[in-house]
Design a protein around this ligand. Structure first.
Ligand code: G3P
Length: 218
C-alpha cells in the first residue's frame, strides 16, 4: 500500500519524506488555507515547493466547478511539474474533466467520494485515483472502511486500474484496516503514520537491551 501524507505543511512533508516511507502528498483547498497559502501565484509556488520535497505524486485540487474551468485550471497545475495529479470533485463536470485528462495522459484524483456508485463512475472515466473519505463517513455513523471494501470488490470484479486512495484517514488503525482491506493508497496526517511505530513492548525491550549492554560494558 502506498503512503501519502494529507497536508500542505512543508515541515511535516519533509519529516515524512525523511522517514523513508512516503509515496506522495495530497492537498485540498482547506489544507492550503490552514497553512495560510492564499492567492493564485502563492498556491502555485507552494505546489512547486511540495514537488521539490517528494518523489511521488502530488495531488493539487482545482477550484473551478465547471468543465472548461476545471480543464484550464487542471492544465495549468499539471504543467507545473510531472508529479502533479489534478484533483477533481466528484460532480458531473468533474467526471467529464477526469475523462478529458485521462485521454490526455494527465493523472487525476477524483475526490469527495462517498459511495460505490460514485467510485464506479470515476473509474469508468479513467481516473488514476478515486478518493473515498472514510473519516467523514465514520463521523455520520456510517462505516467508512466498509465503503473501501465494497469499492475494492467492484474494481476487482472488472479489473479497473483506478487506484483506491483511502482519504480522510484520521488515525493509525484506519491505516492498518485499509491495508487489510486492500486499499491501494492511504492518505493521512503525519501523526497517523507515526502511530504505526508505537508498541510498548518495543520500548520495554529496547530499554532492557540497553540496560543489559551497560551492565556488561560499564
Ligand atoms: O484527503 C481528504 C482529507 O483531507 C479530508 O480529511 O479529516 O477533513 O475529513 P478530513
Amino acid at each position: 500500500m502506498k503512503f501519502f501524507i494529507d497536508t500542505a505543511n512543508l515541515e511535516q512533508i519533509k519529516e515524512a519524506q525523511e522517514l523513508g516511507v512516503l509515496d506522495g502528498v495530497t492537498t485540498n483547498p482547506s489544507l492550503m488555507a490552514k497553512e495560510g497559502i492564499t492567492g493564485k501565484q502563492n498556491i502555485l509556488d507552494h505546489y512547486l515547493k511540495i514537488c521539490e520535497l517528494v518523489e511521488g505524486d502530488v495531488s493539487a485540487e482545482v477550484i473551478a466547478t465547471d468543465f472548461d474551468g476545471m480543464v484550464a485550471e487542471g492544465e495549468e497545475l499539471a504543467a507545473l511539474d510531472s508529479k502533479i495529479v489534478v484533483k477533481l470533485p466528484l460532480i458531473e463536470d468533474g467526471i467529464k474533466a477526469a475523462k478529458y485528462f485521462s485521454t490526455k495522459g494527465i493523472k487525476t484524483n477524483v475526490t469527495l467520494v462517498f459511495s460505490v456508485g460514485q467510485a464506479l463512475l470515476a473509474a469508468k472515466a479513467g481516473a488514476t485515483y478515486v478518493s473515498p473519505f472514510i473519516g467523514r463517513l465514520d463521523d455520520i455513523s456510517t462505516d467508512g472502511l466498509n465503503l473501501i471494501a465494497e469499492i475494492r470488490q467492484v474494481f476487482d470484479n472488472f479489473g479497473f486500474e483506478t487506484e483506491i486512495l483511502a482519504a480522510s484517514v484520521r488515525h493509525t488503525m484506519h491505516i492498518v484496516d485499509c491495508a487489510k482491506i486492500g486499499a491501494d493508497v492511504m492518505t493521512g496526517p503525519l501523526s497517523s503514520i507515526k502511530g504505526l511505530l508505537k508498541h510498548p513492548l518495543t520500548d520495554i525491550g529496547l530499554e532492557k537491551f540497553l540496560a543489559d549492554y551497560k551492565k556488561g560494558n560499564a
